[in-house]
Design a protein around this ligand. Structure first.
Ligand SMILES: Nc1nc2c(ncn2[C@@H]2O[C@H](COP(=O)(O)OP(=O)(O)OP(=O)(O)O)[C@@H](O)[C@H]2O)c(=O)[nH]1
Ligand SMILES: C[S@@+](CC[C@H](N)C(=O)[O-])C[C@H]1O[C@@H](n2cnc3c(N)ncnc32)[C@H](O)[C@@H]1O
Ligand code: SF4
Ligand code: SF4
Length: 304
């Protein structure tokens, strides 16, 4: 069996049908965040060329995967990103997760090339704290704010602001961040993220149940997304999504994402590195069976 595209979808042995592809396109970054998981990848490696990116996405879309998330490292470090975007097949949703340091001057060209929306990492509204968290020079913070404006102007919306909650460092800023998003009307929303502690930072681990409780107490409505069964709280007209990946069986039971590492390996799970399927040099004819193989290796990281 090799070809795809006859209505076949990829479902793993836990009943999870793959609906989206999360692709890292570089391991390089222009920041050095204290907590970074680098999409579960260790070290630097050769990056996939645009041809490989396009082939992988084309085959994914033949399997009915119609959502694509591009990430990294910092994906805007790739100067050929617009070229890749223009060559991708039509999909329901193509989004990019970025630190936005380089976004201001590229927001329009990315939109023109076919990008639908961006998620932007912003953990704090305090420039000094930003410097501490991202371990970077002064000036980066303002560039991120410029990037957010540019994304909204270019229509890369809804822009999600990703805020990794860090105990006693930024967890007192949720209300301020919400006010900040309200300033953009419905174009910007907040996404709170529970820290996955890859770097032994126990002092920053938050109590996610407590956060959830306090969000609930001020919400007028709560919605549940299909992806990971994530909750979205509506608070005075603003939307807040809470990503709770830690020890969360429900999150993994509803994981419909297959990952691709920057060096061209299909990655069945963010947190597992011993079951990767190398597709870097695969031909387009070989790719469908390699997708099937990768999906057969998918196991929920957390399960009862
Ligand atoms: N454990 C785990 N974490 C994930 C997974 N997908 C996303 N995350 C985490 O979720 C957070 C937000 O990721 P983003 O890149 O902004 O994308 P997203 O929110 O998942 O995707 P959209 O809502 O579609 O924009 C990051 O901390 C990711 O590491 C996953 O499948 N497993
Ligand atoms: C690895 S970054 C790559 C994209 C881009 N460089 C950025 O920061 O947006 C993708 C997302 O993962 C989040 N992230 C990184 N390390 C994390 C961790 N240890 N726990 C939770 N989220 C993390 C970042 O905040 C960011 O929103
Ligand atoms: S900007 Fe993104 S990839 Fe870079 S260190 Fe921060 S979280 Fe990691
Ligand atoms: S199984 Fe769980 S940890 Fe692994 S990628 Fe899916 S949601 Fe993330």
């Amino acid at each position: 069996m090799s070809s795809a595209g006859t209505g076949e979808v990829l479902t793993d042995s836990y009943g999870r049908t793959v609906r989206s592809l999360r692709m890292s396109i570089t391991d390089r970054c222009n920041l050095n965040c204290i907590y970074c998981h680098n999409e579960g990848h260790v070290g630097h490696s050769r990056e996939m060329p645009v041809d490989t990116i396009v082939n992988i996405v084309e085959v994914a879309s033949q399997f009915g995967i119609n959502r694509l998330k591009l990430s990294g490292g910092e994906p805007l470090l790739r100067k050929d990103l617009e070229e890749a975007l223009t060559r991708l097949p039509d999909m329901r949703d193509i989004s990019l997760t970025t630190n936005a340091v380089l976004l201001r001057d590229r927001a329009s060209s990315l939109k023109d090339a076919g990008l639908d929306r961006v998620n932007i990492s912003l953990d704090t509204l305090d420039p000094e704290k930003y410097r501490t968290i991202a371990k970077c020079s002064t000036g980066m913070f303002d560039r991120v704010l410029d990037g957010i404006h540019a994304a909204v102007d270019a229509g890369l919306t809804p822009v999600k602001l990703n805020m990794v909650l860090l105990k006693d460092l930024n967890d007192d800023e949720i209300k301020d961040m919400l006010d900040f998003t309200r300033g953009y009307g419905g174009d910007v929303m907040l996404q709170l993220i529970e820290l996955m502690d890859f770097r032994d930072l126990p002092q920053y681990r938050i109590n996610a149940n407590e956060v959830e409780k306090s969000l609930l107490s001020v919400s007028s409505d709560v919605q549940v997304r299909e992806l990971h069964k994530r909750k979205k709280y509506i608070i005075n007209g603003a939307e807040v999504e809470f990503v709770r990946p830690v020890d969360n069986t429900e999150f993994c039971a509803n994981c419909n994402r297959l990952r691709v590492s920057a060096d061209g390996k299909l990655k069945p799970c963010l947190l597992v590195n011993n079951n990767l399927v190398d597709v870097l040099n695969a031909t387009k004819d070989e790719l469908p069976d390699l997708f099937r193989l990768a999906v057969s290796k998918r196991v929920p990281f957390c399960r009862d």
